[in-house]
Design a protein around this ligand. Structure first.
Ligand code: 13P
Length: 249
């Protein structure tokens, strides 16, 4: 299914301390001057949520967090709940990013619990899935992604806004991307599972692609059948690059 309005999300990861506000302001000004039909979300570190939100106020840019805790509150030193992220201005939250699955041992079950918390707090979860290089080389990419979508996207997504992002681990920050056919194949798998589980809600939820998206490859990737947007890491840190990706969609 072709989606004309694309969801373009910038994941700043643990960056943005120097100059992040200025880049956000530049992006906001450019989008005010020349609006886009696409939906644009910036996900800065939690400490910058409010300030980036203020910096882009009056522009179409929305704000997202990069993670949240599954519990609503409590003795969880260093963590941010979905409600806290929402209070700080987030409308979206990235969940199950491979850097969290690998670095913080996040399971599909934990990602689903976080997604339930996000939905309960009124956030739109962007649930990440994707195979490792070993899994792709072993011919397991489609099976791994299918399993992750089944177990990481909670049943509650049926009645709420959510997105899934296909991010092959080996394409993140490496400059390597799958072929357009490989992207189309995995997106079709995600769509099949979502439609099977959620009916019409599963047929329309955006499915993003993430992993080394840049101004040069964005148009090709964003026009692949089934790709509803992009989750952009490194290239979202510079307003010019991110803008070029937004305009390529
Ligand atoms: P890069 O765009 O830097 O490869 O990062 C992708 C990513 O992990 C987005 O969540």
């Amino acid at each position: 299914m072709k989606q004309s309005v694309k969801l373009i999300v910038g994941n700043w990861k643990m960056n943005g301390a120097a100059g992040g506000l200025e880049q956000a302001r530049l992006l906001a000004e450019a989008l005010k001057d020349q609006p886009t039909a696409n939906q644009v979300v910036l996900c800065p570190p939690a400490t910058l949520l409010e300030r980036i939100g203020s910096a882009v106020a009056g522009s179409p840019i929305q704000i997202g967090a990069q993670d949240c805790r599954a519990e609503p509150s409590g003795a969880f030193t260093g963590c941010v709940s979905a409600e806290l992220a929402s209070e700080a201005g987030a409308a979206f939250v990235i969940l199950g990013h491979s850097e969290r699955r690998a670095g913080f041992s996040e399971s599909d079950e934990l990602v689903a619990a976080k997604a339930r918390a996000a939905l309960a707090a009124g956030l739109t979860p962007i649930i990440c899935v994707g195979e490792t290089l070993e899994q792709r080389d072993a011919g397991q990419a489609a099976d791994i992604v299918e399993r992750q979508v089944r177990a990481s996207v909670p049943d509650q997504a049926r009645t709420a806004a959510f997105a899934v992002s296909y991010e092959p681990v080996w394409a993140i920050g490496t400059g390597r991307t799958p072929t357009l056919d490989q992207i189309a194949e995995i997106h079709a798998v995600v769509r099949r599972v979502l439609a099977e589980r959620f009916g019409s809600a599963g047929e329309t939820a955006p499915i993003l692609y993430g992993g080394s998206v840049n101004p040069k490859n964005a148009a090709d990737i964003l026009h692949v059948e089934g790709v509803g947007g992009a989750l952009v890491g490194g290239a979202s840190l510079k307003a010019d690059d991110f803008l070029a990706i937004i305009r390529a969609a």
